[in-house]
Each structure stands twice: as structure tokens, then as C-alpha cells.
Design a protein around this ligand. Structure first.
Ligand code: G4P
Length: 534
């Protein structure tokens, strides 16, 4: 592989200008507001408020569900593309709620970097930590935005310390806040030696920026009150001594995060963050696959499905597979090999997700995300290529943490329910297990709220009332190992055995004790909590 890497050709300019990233945050830290400002400055929307205007014609793609409106959470991840300066940003939305962590994990397999938004008053919160850990598993580069600086917030060093200690990552300040709460007047842009002043009067306007010639520039005095200036100079000096400088390599390796301070609602600090992504955010990266890695500059097109969304448009029973292009230059109408089924697929109606609507994608490049409408052929983890049998790896399916039995409200509709459940399973919204003994289905999810979402969607999209009832089981493990040993194990444990929607064998458990017993009694049988989606 090294040879191949050494001989890498330069990225085509269209690929080199792409930045594909996600925003991670604890609910309420300001992800939606920041997304909206990105779209505003990327020219994708004309005024703030469009992303939030719910229920109206201007709903964004991530806003189409009633549940979402009611609960104010983003249930489904979607992707948005827009240009910023000479760059093309692909922003992949991640659900912030912990109940959707599996979806989030898969979404993060489709991006090259993440922006971590934290609330300046709250610092690192539980969900930030969880999502950060997921990024860490993939060594994703992370850029940090400390939001809500217009409110009373914590001491800057304290925030930085907390990130360093809590998340075990080095932090370098890209900007430094001047004053907090009502006294917050703006930031000193450390990377460009500029003073950025907040304009509280107009939330859609970009802040004024003033070129500064170092910290002793007399211009500073004209704009920053004496007491704040003294504090700023003192703090910046300390920061220079105590904190590492911005090392682009460490950033790309995921060991150092630059932090910008700002106020998304006031459009403050957002442009600087976008410039940061453009300058330091990674270009489309090499994709892990079997039997070889995929380089983005390869002329042939390849991509993989990281998410399937059913019925995005309630009027059509379509499904959209979200595909991250790993290499090449895609053009509409191309014939690609669906590696799992070994069948060719002509991609006639690919869509790109622009902020306000979806549009036909005439072309796309490595790094982009396109949606492919289909009738169920495309599943999470599938690879598409121009003929080579490559399989993208590293897209896992997690064992559910909660199991319930699903029953059709109308017993005559049991078959319909099965179909609906299978579709949701393929979409990745739930695990569906058919027990070997007995009737009905056991549905597994990672968070309790998913049951409500499922029930509401089954009713809305399929017109089927459904009940979820407690199951005697609490978790599930995939079974693998020596064929004979697995057979013996399955026969002796029939009441615990089920098959998932791919037909793979699953062991349903009640307690950890069940798992320990299998490990002890069946050394040749392997139980796993994750399964690679292929
Ligand atoms: P989320 O997607 O991460 O959950 O956060 P979201 O953007 O929805 O923001 C959560 C709340 O924080 C919103 O207030 C939003 O207006 C506010 N907010 C976002 N950025 C800033 C900021 O820079 N400063 C201040 N002071 N507030 C900010 P809300 O009252 O829950 O909603 P809304 O009534 O404003 O829509």
C-alpha cells in the first residue's frame, strides 16, 4: 500500500476543493443555528430562519417528520451541499439525540472531519463526549466551535482545559474571546491577527473585522476598552506559553483541535470557522475497503451506502440511499456495479441535497454525497463501483440495547407489518429478529424513543396500527464460529435463537449471565455485539 501512496497523483481540483463534514453536539448547544448560518454564508438560503421555519413549505430535509417537529429533535440525518468561496462544502447532519447514536456513527463513516459545537456556559456535555468518542474511533479530525459567547460563559482557559482533560485531545485557540456575556465585544483572530467585533444589532450580518499589527498595535486601544484589553493581552500571552500552536498535521491525525469562539445566533465567529474548515479541514480521504483501499483521485467511480431513508416524500413510496462517493467523477446515467448482488445499476435519478430541496445531480465528485432513489436494492454498507469487486469496510451494525415484541393492531395485517418492519430494518432504523420458536417479531433499538418513532412511522407510512410490548429478552448477539459447533449450540438453545433480516443467526439474551454461560460452555461459538454491514 505504501507504494501506492507514494505514487499518489495530485487530487483533481474538483476533488481538492471538497470538504465533507458533520456537526456533532449536545442538544441545544446550537447545531441547528450554526448549520443555518453556514447555509446563509454559503448562499444556499437568503435569510436566517428558513431552516427553522417548520411545517411550512420551507422545511429542510431533516425536518420532514411530525415527530421531529413535536420534539424538536432531528431524527434523520441528511446531507446538504453548498459553495463557500472556492470550496464545496458537504455538510452531513447528524441526529443529536442519544437514541440515534447508531445512525450517527454510520453518518460519521461518510465524512472526513467533524465540527464539535459546545455551549460556552456548559462546556463538554454527556452527548458531546459520546459523539467525540465515536470520532476518535475513526481518528476523525475535529474542529471546535464554542458557542453562545454572547451569554455569561465559563473562563476561556477553563473551557480549553476541560476539553483537553475530558476528551484527551490537545486544544489550540484559533480565536480568543474578549469579555463575556453583556461585555462580550468580539474575538481576537489569532490565526490572522485580526480583531473581529460583534454586531448585535443585525444577526444576519457578518461582523466587522479590523486588521491588527500584533498585540501592541495602537488600533486595539480604539476598539477594546482598557480593562478588557489588558486582560486580553495577559491571556493571549499565557495561551502562547501554555497551549500548542496550530499544527495542521496533528489536526489531520485527530490529536489536536483548534477552537473558535463565537455566537452562532449573532452570526459571529461563523465565517472564521468556515475559513478554518476550508484551510485546514481535510480533502476527501482514502477509503478503507477490501481487498484494497480506494484513493479519491482514482478515475473510476466508487461509493458506499451509509444511510437509507424510506419514504422521504410521503407521496412516493421511494427510498433514498445516501451514497458517499469514495473516488472518481460521477455523471448522471452512469451504470455502476452493485457489488453485493453483482448486478449493474443505471443511476438515472441521483439527487443532491441542497438546503431548500433536493435536485437532480448531473455530476458529483469523490467526497460528495448523492441520494439514489431505489426500491430496496440498496442497503447500508453496499458498495457501488465501475466494475471492480471492492467492498467498503468499517460500517458496523450494533447490537440493540432494548428489545420489544411488535404486534399488528389488526391480526389480519401481520404480513403487512412484517414487510414494514423489514423495510425499516434495511433502512437501519431498527433491528428485526424473527424468533425460531413462536410467532411475532422482536424489534431491537438502541434508544427507547426509536420505538415511538417506529410506531408513528408504521402508522403514517403504512397505515398499520402497531403495538410494542415488553419482551423477555434484553439484548442480542450475532452468532458465528465453527459450523458444527454453531449447529449444536443452536439446537440446544432454540428458545433463544432468532434470525435477523439478513438471515444471520442471533442469540437473544436476558442477562449478561446468558452470554457468560455461552462463552463458558461453547468455546467454539463466538458471540459478537457488532456486525459489519456488507
Ligand atoms: P441544537 O440544534 O444544538 O439543539 O441547538 P439550536 O441551534 O436549536 O439552539 C438551541 C437554542 O440556543 C435556541 O434557543 C437558539 O436560539 C439558542 N442559540 C443558538 N446559538 C446561540 C448563541 O450564539 N447565543 C445565544 N444566546 N443563544 C443561542 P431556543 O430558545 O431553544 O430556540 P429559539 O426559540 O431561539 O428557536
Amino acid at each position: 500500500m505504501l507504494d501506492a501512496l507514494e505514487n499518489r497523483t495530485a487530487l483533481p481540483p474538483e476533488i481538492a476543493r471538497r470538504r465533507t463534514f458533520a456537526i456533532i453536539s449536545h442538544p441545544d448547544a446550537g447545531k441547528t443555528t450554526l448549520t443555518e448560518k453556514f447555509l446563509l454564508f454559503g448562499g444556499a438560503i437568503q435569510m436566517a430562519g428558513q431552516v427553522r421555519a417548520k411545517g411550512e413549505a420551507r422545511r429542510t430535509r431533516s425536518d420532514f417528520m411530525q415527530m421531529e417537529k413535536d420534539r424538536g429533535i432531528s431524527v434523520s440525518a441528511s446531507a446538504m451541499s453548498f459553495d463557500y468561496k472556492q470550496f464545496r462544502f458537504n455538510l452531513v447532519d447528524t441526529p443529536g439525540h442519544s437514541d440515534f447514536s447508531e445512525d450517527t456513527y454510520r453518518t460519521l463513516t461518510a465524512v472526513d472531519a467533524a465540527i464539535m459545537v459546545i455551549d460556552g456556559a456548559k462546556g463538554v456535555e454527556s452527548q458531546t463526549r459520546k459523539l467525540f468518542e465515536v470520532c476518535r474511533l475513526r481518528d476523525l479530525p475535529i474542529l471546535t466551535f464554542c458557542n453562545k459567547m454572547d451569554r455569561e460563559s465559563r473562563d476561556t482557559f477553563e473551557i480549553i482545559d476541560e476539553i483537553q482533560e475530558n476528551l484527551a485531545i490537545d486544544v489550540t485557540p484559533a480565536s480568543w474571546p474578549i469579555g463575556t456575556g453583556r461585555d462580550f465585544i468580539g474575538c481576537y483572530d489569532i490565526l490572522r491577527d485580526r480583531l473581529e467585533l460583534i454586531d448585535r444589532a443585525d444577526r444576519n450580518r457578518v461582523a466587522e473585522s479590523i486588521e491588527i499589527n500584533g498585540l501592541s498595535d495602537p488600533k486595539l486601544k480604539q476598539h477594546v476598552p482598557a480593562a478588557l484589553l489588558e486582560k486580553l493581552q495577559e491571556e493571549l500571552e499565557m495561551a502562547r506559553e501554555l497551549l500548542p500552536p496550530l499544527d495542521p498535521k496533528a489536526l489531520l491525525e485527530g490529536t489536536l483541535t483548534p477552537i473558535w469562539f463565537g455566537s452562532a445566533i449573532n452570526s459571529f465567529g461563523v465565517r472564521e470557522l468556515m475559513d478554518g474548515i476550508a484551510t485546514y479541514g481535510p480533502v476527501p480521504q482514502i477509503q478503507k475497503a477490501q481487498p484494497r483501499e480506494i484513493l479519491p483521485e482514482e478515475p473510476k467511480v466508487s461509493g458506499f451506502v451509509f444511510k437509507v431513508q424510506a419514504n422521504m416524500d410521503p407521496k412516493h413510496r421511494d427510498r433514498v440511499a445516501f451514497v458517499r462517493l469514495a473516488s472518481g467523477h460521477f455523471e448522471r446515467g452512469m451504470k455502476l456495479l452493485h457489488v453485493r448482488s453483482k448486478k449493474p445499476m443505471t443511476i438515472t435519478n441521483p439527487v443532491m441535497f441542497l438546503a431548500a430541496d433536493r435536485e437532480l445531480a448531473e455530476e458529483a465528485w469523490a467526497g460528495d454525497i448523492i441520494g439514489i432513489p431505489n426500491h430496496g436494492q440498496l442497503r447500508i454498507g453496499d458498495t457501488l463501483t465501475e466494475g471492480e469487486e471492492l467492498r467498503v469496510t468499517g460500517i458496523p451494525s450494533f447490537a440493540p440495547e432494548l428489545l420489544q415484541t411488535a404486534r399488528a393492531g389488526d391480526p389480519l395485517k401481520a404480513k403487512h407489518l412484517e414487510k414494514a418492519l423489514m423495510q425499516f430494518a434495511e433502512e437501519g432504523a431498527a433491528k428485526v429478529f424473527k424468533p425460531d420458536i413462536g410467532s411475532g417479531f422482536i424489534v431491537g433499538v438502541v434508544g427507547a424513543l426509536q420505538f415511538e418513532v417506529l410506531a408513528s412511522r408504521i402508522e403514517l407510512e403504512y397505515g398499520l396500527p402497531v403495538r410494542f410490548e415488553p419482551s423477555q429478552f434484553t439484548s442480542a448477539r450475532w452468532v458465528s464460529g465453527d459450523r458444527l459447533a454453531v449447529e449444536k449450540f443452536v439446537n440446544a438453545n432454540k428458545q433463544h435463537i432468532a434470525h435477523d433480516n439478513d438471515g444471520d443467526i442471533v442469540y437473544l439474551t436476558r442477562l449478561q449471565w446468558d452470554i457468560d454461560r455461552v462463552v463458558r460452555d461453547y468455546p467454539d461459538v463466538k458471540l459478537t455485539a457488532t456486525k459489519e454491514m456488507m
